[in-house]
Ligand binder design. Structure first.
Ligand code: TXA
Ligand code: MG
Length: 342
């Protein structure tokens, strides 16, 4: 299968979407831009399309998909009830990088939800994604468009690297603004619970809903035999081929530690302005600011593989607060929770 890439800008008219819409109506899958990361979209109501998503990504079929809609009113087809909390969250953060989990309607097939009774719903803000969903006339299920386990794609070329030959079409809508996947919150439990941090921060969620629990798996490895709130937590994630090791401490100590290694396949990932005096090659992945880091994190992890790194020591933000959980969570998972204090 030849994988085509078509550029679409927000100014383009509906004729530009024709081929993508045809493929999606034909139960095929398409790489699509969103403001968070690129998604691998298919008709959320079609078991065949959904099976093609799992196959193209190599994703375990018990790991449910997020269903994307183009406006709030489309949620009524997907869930049994829209509680006040969901309405408030949607008012505050949709369209945007927030996914809300609610009990699913009968219309949503179990293959889309990994056999769960709940469904994850998101209304993305990327105009190309919304135009496409609108033109399809059905909700679009889309996990991140990477091969299962790899860092999520934040550019069309990342999707091509992972899925070339596995899908017909990638829509190139430019680089993703956010760079990390949406915040995932469940309203299907007694108290709302944050399952995956993203750029709608915990403090922003609390300002709308009040009390919110944070799932243990956001910053901690799963314990043996522990039951997961979200199937995605079970799987290795965001990992380049290079081994990632997080190093916590100031830059001086980081430098001393890393300079003990003299292998040219050992890399360092540091904040902007750092790198001087290192004996190993390095990549700067942004200023020590959670928005900046989230924007370039996955691209930097992919860069390590292109450079042929075997191992990379990564500067870990010192501060852990309600606003930078997204970056900490992705770094910890990319590293398989390996953290060294220096
Ligand atoms: O920003 C995003 O959310 C991107 C773009 C494409 O929208 N999508 C994305 O999808 O990150 P994915 O499949 O890579 O991550 C979805 C996460 C998984 O960890 C999955 O286990 C969890 O959400 N999830 C989906 N449905 C769920 C449900 N019903 N209950 C619990 N967790 C769920
Ligand atoms: Mg993913």
């Amino acid at each position: 299968m030849k994988t085509e890439i078509v550029k679409i800008t927000p100014e383009d008219g509906v004729d530009k979407y024709k081929y993508a819409v045809e493929l999606l109506q034909d139960e095929q899958v398409v790489g699509i831009p969103t403001e968070t990361v690129y998604g691998l979209g298919g008709n959320a109501f079609s078991p065949l399309a959904v099976s093609r998503i799992f196959e193209a990504k190599g994703r375990p079929t018990d790991n449910p998909l997020i269903v994307h809609i183009s406006e709030f009113s489309e949620i009524y087809d997907l869930v049994t009830d829209v509680p006040e909390g969901a309405r408030k969250l949607a008012d505050a953060f949709w369209p945007g990088p927030l996914t809300i989990i609610l009990p699913k309607s009968r219309k949503v097939p179990y293959c889309t939800t990994g056999n769960l009774e709940t469904v994850a719903v998101r209304c993305p803000s990327h105009p190309v994604a919304r135009n496409l969903i609108k033109a399809c006339g059905f909700p679009v299920a889309a996990p991140s468009a990477n091969l299962s386990g790899k860092p999520s794609p934040t550019k069309a070329e990342h999707v091509f690297e992972d899925l070339n030959g596995r899908i017909n079409l990638i829509i190139d809508g430019g680089d993703c603004d956010e760079g990390v996947e949406s915040t995932v919150i469940t309203l299907a439990s007694e108290t709302p619970k944050l399952l995956r941090p993203g750029n709608v921060t915990l403090s922003q969620l609390k300002s709308v809903l009040g009390d919110i629990l944070v799932d243990d798996a956001v910053l901690n490895p799963l314990k043996e035999g522990e039951k997961v709130s979200s199937p995605g937590m079970k799987y290795k994630h965001y990992s380049p081929d290079a081994e990632i090791i997080l190093v916590r401490g100031g830059y001086g100590n980081f430098k001393n530690y890393v300079n003990g290694f003299k292998d040219n396949k050992v890399y360092a990932m540091v904040f902007d302005g750092e790198g001087e005096g290192l004996s190993v090659p390095f990549i700067q992945y942004g200023a020590e600011d959670y928005k900046m880091l989230s924007h370039s994190l996955f691209d930097s992890l992919r860069e390590l593989d292109k450079k042929g790194a075997d191992k990379c020591f990564v500067r870990y933000p010192d501060d852990c607060n309600d606003d930078n959980l997204a970056v900490l969570n992705r770094l910890l998972r990319a590293a398989g929770f390996k953290v060294i204090d220096v």
